[in-house]
Ligand binder design. Structure first.
Ligand code: UD1
Length: 438
């Protein structure tokens, strides 16, 4: 939307830092909590989500769910806990129509399709000009739901769907889509009969969603494997629950990458290394030790980084959301590393920003060839999206001189106080408030 910092948007200023030390606590995962919030549409009562990250996407999803009829209160977390609590009250008085003003602001509005359709038999989700479908298609979501009996119409105004009671079906995905797996699972919870999803996504956030749904009364087996079986239940069998959101593995990886680039010895509290196996392996090959400790992980990096090749793949492969972090690390490493993107072919937009910091990166189709240059230098850069924005902040800490990161509203969508957390580790980073019109 903008080439520079829009009026009213804050900037983050990072300067040469390290070695980092101390402890940082990682909050709950954006990619889980948004789906857990959608899942509360399925059961009436008072739900309570804990370990919820304080991020803009949670605010936007709250607005969207309020617009369809849920009551949502943000509650400060008790002392000793991170994040916030969300109390979500579902009285059953829901209008399955998501207005343009809010649905437009968040792709996760797609996650309302499964629960709203299965419970209310119709949906009307506004999406801007259908462009969202073009950029990140939802054909697998729709085909799966059609197989269960739903009918859709996609128009420039949005997505309209209707159905009688959905019917259990055998659904085989071409690709283990995270969003499509989540939507079909939520739809199948109230369908008649058994739904078997083959080639299902296996991400920890899907396991988290299925855990919560099971505790709500759903019958789900196989979450975390590539075959998920859901036996539909009656709506009256579901009830509200309290659920703690799984730790954000991408935020955890961000603080680990900061240690890799600035050196240091840091404990990342609540990091769950069982969910981060491939990252731990690659970081180890690069010279960053990540080991489990009670309640989290210890990250130590004392010397220079060694280049490796990395390919993004669905879980348990190397997550595409870690990629900007590893590209930034490779930019400073010894040697040349090739990073291959297998999920989103066009997802290298931030490379241009890293080049402003002196990185030497060539793009060839879905490969990035990163030649390590030893050190980066400070510059003014723009955060193109959530993850790349965070990688630029971390790169700014390792660069010589001062780096100004603009368009930080992208980072705010998914990071809960990245500046405060990095500062607590001794990093030189601050946020400068820009008032509108300046
Ligand atoms: C989720 C995450 C995102 C992460 C991604 C992959 C959330 C809010 N976002 O996104 O951070 O990068 O998983 O781990 O949880 N595709 C189709 N048709 C479909 C569905 C997907 O072609 O119907 C394609 C997409 O365009 C993309 C790939 O499949 O190229 C992966 O998409 P998917 O796994 O569905 O990712 P999201 O759920 O959108």
């Amino acid at each position: 939307m903008s080439n520079g910092s829009p009026a009213g948007d804050d900037v983050i200023v990072a300067s040469t830092s390290g070695p980092l030390g101390g402890e940082v606590t990682v909050p709950g995962a954006k990619n889980s909590v948004l789906k857990l919030m959608a899942a509360t549409l399925l059961a009436d009562g008072r739900h309570l989500l804990t370990n919820v990250p304080v991020i803009d996407d949670v605010e936007i999803m709250s607005d969207l769910l309020r617009a369809v009829g849920l009551r949502i209160e943000q509650i400060a977390a008790p002392a000793g806990e991170v994040g916030q609590h969300l109390e979500i009250v579902n009285t059953g008085a829901i209008t399955p129509v998501a207005p343009f003003e809010v649905a437009d602001r968040i792709r996760a509005s797609v996650n309302l399709v499964g629960p709203l359709l299965t419970r209310f038999g119709h949906i009307d989700i506004a999406l801007p000009g259908g462009d969202d479908f073009g950029g990140r298609p939802i054909d697998m979501h729709l085909r799966g739901l059609e197989k269960m009996g739903a009918e859709f119409q996609v128009t420039p105004e949005g997505l309209f769907g209707r159905c009688g009671r959905l019917q259990g079906a055998a659904i085989e995905f071409d690709f283990p889509s995270v969003g499509a797996t989540e939507n079909i699972v939520m739809a199948a919870v109230l369908a008649e009969g058994v739904t078997v999803i083959t080639n299902a996504a296996r991400e920890p956030e899907i396991v988290d969603l299925c855990d919560m749904l099971r505790r709500m009364g759903a019958r789900i087996e196989g979450a975390g494997t590539d075959i998920i079986t859901v036996t539909g239940v009656e709506q009256s069998a579901l009830h509200a629950v309290t659920h703690e959101v799984v730790t954000d593995r991408v935020q955890a990886a961000t603080y680990m990458a900061a240690v890799a680039m600035c050196k240091g010895d840091v404990t990342v509290r609540r990091a769950n290394l069982e969910h981060m196996g491939m990252l731990v392996e690659r970081f180890g090959e690069m010279g960053v030790s990540v080991t489990p400790v009670e309640g989290g992980a210890r990250v130590v990096c004392e010397g220079g980084l060694t280049s490796v090749n990395v390919s993004t793949l669905p879980y348990p492969g190397f997550a595409t959301d870690y990629k900007p972090l590893v590209v930034a690390m490779l930019a400073m490493a010894d040697g040349t590393g090739i990073v291959t993107e297998n999920l989103y072919p066009g997802r290298f937009r931030y490379v241009e920003e890293l080049r402003k910091l002196g990185a030497e990166i060539d793009i060839d189709g879905h490969h990035a060839v990163v030649r390590g240059v030893g050190h980066l230098r400070g510059a003014i850069v723009n955060a193109p999206d959530i993850r790349a924005g965070a990688a630029l902040v971390v790169a700014g800490l390792a660069a010589q001189g001062i780096t100004e990161i603009r368009d930080v509203h992208h980072i705010d969508r998914g990071y809960d106080d990245i500046v405060g957390r990095l500062s607590s580790l001794g990093a030189s980073v601050s946020r400068i408030r820009r008032s509108a019109g300046v």
